[in-house]
Design a protein around this ligand. Structure first.
Ligand code: ADP
Ligand code: MG
Length: 474
């Protein structure tokens, strides 16, 4: 048996107005080669200017991943040639990145686990290449877009852990508002390192799989690479250190280059970009902007509100949903009731019509009112479900609907008790008959109460009150 070990390097584009070192805009969907500055094209003599917001977003991420932040950070040049890199080097961080030694919590197979972050650093994206038959096209719009690279320690041991980490990381980007982190737009991409070993305290030779572009492919790439390496080792061979790429059609990896061909990037500090002092006060301000994250919210929902992990996980999937849920609690809702309505009828409606929770007609306050109608026995939970469906469809508040439909029950004990007493007064012989053995007279009396209230008395409460009254002596 071999123990697989996985380490990930994740690139994610940051959400800023302009690029990391030029004033060209950072947008996804413009016509090719329309968002450009000379800096992005690598013209001779260019002078990059650091984007303050790019630095801020990357610091926010580093702090959210519990990283240590250096006193000052530097930018280095990573030198290599490729057609998508007009300058002949990428501006990145090597000696003093925005964050080191952090961690991200995940929950897999019933257990919490800390995924260790080696470092996270700010760099620039390359241009994008599109390959056709015998020619390729370059789009420089992407060149210079701020990119945050996060490098984990080799500390994951299954594809499930790797995916759970990627999902946790994406959610941190979304919760912090630092990236849309859409894999379908190539905003989040991943290099996957896999090795096998026979003992826990010694790592095997790693193979790097470059640029895997969806979480599904990450999973499949890990599974197929573990299989490939296992076969090599079982046949008495040795795994070679190399870089491979994942082929999603054949569901296996292919060799790109071996260790001998590894590139020497000759990192050196970019002479055009001075070191940046990171003031404590600024860091505190940025930290204050980080919202409570998925993992913390799940823990809180379970401990404070008694929700199951399953429901808590659904509620925190999107920050806006978590905020909606918390708002209902602030407005006085019972947490379990709010969670039940949100994760069933409301989520079902949102999915059916593809409505985000921010566009939902039903406000947290309306949901609280609906919950109160049920808890005060004004409507049954079955009626509440129908009212909620109708409310979402017709965009009318539950309270208005209940009034319009005239289905509000008389739920208060006192109100019903008054009617019960009235009915007993009109049927003076009832108690004697009951004592003489005619127990079904209860049904008759309940029926009388329902008649007087035109069906609006809560049946269960009515029956209870009639029973209590009938066993009392004259
Ligand atoms: P390199 O010097 O080749 O870039 P690093 O030590 O910087 O290697 O690690 C790069 C990535 O590879 C990191 O994500 C790290 O977790 C991962 N990694 C390193 N060694 C192993 C290993 N033996 N097995 C799996 N992943 C590894
Ligand atoms: Mg490295």
């Amino acid at each position: 048996m071999y123990i697989p070990t996985i380490g990930l390097e994740i690139h994610c584009e940051l959400k800023t107005n302009t690029k990391n070192f030029s004033s060209a805009s950072n947008t996804y969907s413009d016509i090719p080669n329309s968002n450009l500055a000379t800096v992005d094209l690598g013209f001779p003599g260019i002078l990059p200017v650091i984007n303050e917001n790019g630095v801020k977003q990357s610091l926010k991420m580093a702090l959210a991943m519990h990283c240590e932040i250096p006193e000052y950070m530097t930018f280095e040049r990573k030198n290599y040639f490729y057609p998508d890199l007009p300058k002949g080097y990428q501006i990145t961080q090597f000696h003093h990145p925005v964050g080191i030694n952090g961690y991200v919590m995940i929950h897999v197979n019933g257990e919490d686990k800390k995924i260790l972050i080696h470092d996270t650093h700010l760099e620039e994206d390359t241009a994008s290449l599109d390959h056709y038959g015998d020619y390729s096209l370059i789009d420089y719009n992407r060149a210079g877009v701020p990119l945050l690279e996060t490098v984990t320690e080799p500390c994951m041991h299954s594809a499930e852990e790797a995916i759970a980490f990627l999902e946790a990381l994406r959610s941190i980007f979304l919760y912090c508002g630092t990236s849309e982190a859409r894999t379908d737009r190539g905003q989040m991409r991943c290099d996957v390192n896999v090795s096998l070993s026979t003992t826990e305290n010694c790592l095997g030779t790693k193979v790097e799989i470059k640029n895997v572009n969806s979480f599904n492919n990450v999973k499949d790439a890990i599974v197929s690479e573990i299989k490939r390496q296992t076969e090599i080792l079982e046949n008495g061979g040795v795994v070679l250190q190399e870089t491979r790429r994942y082929d999603e059609n054949q569901m296996c990896t292919h060799l790109m280059r071996s260790k001998e061909d590894a590139i020497d990037y000759k990192f050196f500090t970019d002479p055009n970009l001075p070191p940046i002092l990171l003031e404590k006060k600024w860091l505190e301000e940025i930290k204050a902007e980080i919202p409570s994250l998925q993992y913390e919210r799940i823990t809180m929902y379970m401990l404070e509100y008694g929700l199951s992990r399953y429901d808590a996980t659904i509620l925190v999937k999107e920050k806006e949903m978590a905020e909606y849920f918390e708002e209902t609690i602030k407005e006085g809702a019972d947490a379990k009731a709010a969670s039940n309505w949100l994760t069933s009828v409301i989520l079902g409606h949102m999915n059916k019509y593809e409505i985000p929770i921010t566009k939902l007609f039903l406000t947290p306050k309306m949901l609280v009112e609906l919950i109160e109608l049920v808890s005060s026995d004004k409507i049954s939970s079955k009626q509440a479900k129908e009212v909620l469906y109708q409310s979402l469809e017709e965009e009318k508040s539950p309270v208005t609907l209940v009034k319009e439909l005239g289905i509000e029950q008389i739920g208060g004990n006192e109100e019903i008790l008054a009617v019960v007493k009235e009915v007993f007064a009109e049927n003076r012989e009832a108690k004697a008959q009951y004592q003489a053995g005619r127990t079904n007279i209860v049904d008759f009396l309940v029926g009388q109460v329902m008649k007087k209230t035109r069906g609006k008395a809560n049946p269960a409460t009515t029956r209870k009150l009639v029973q209590e009254e009938i066993v009392k002596g004259e």
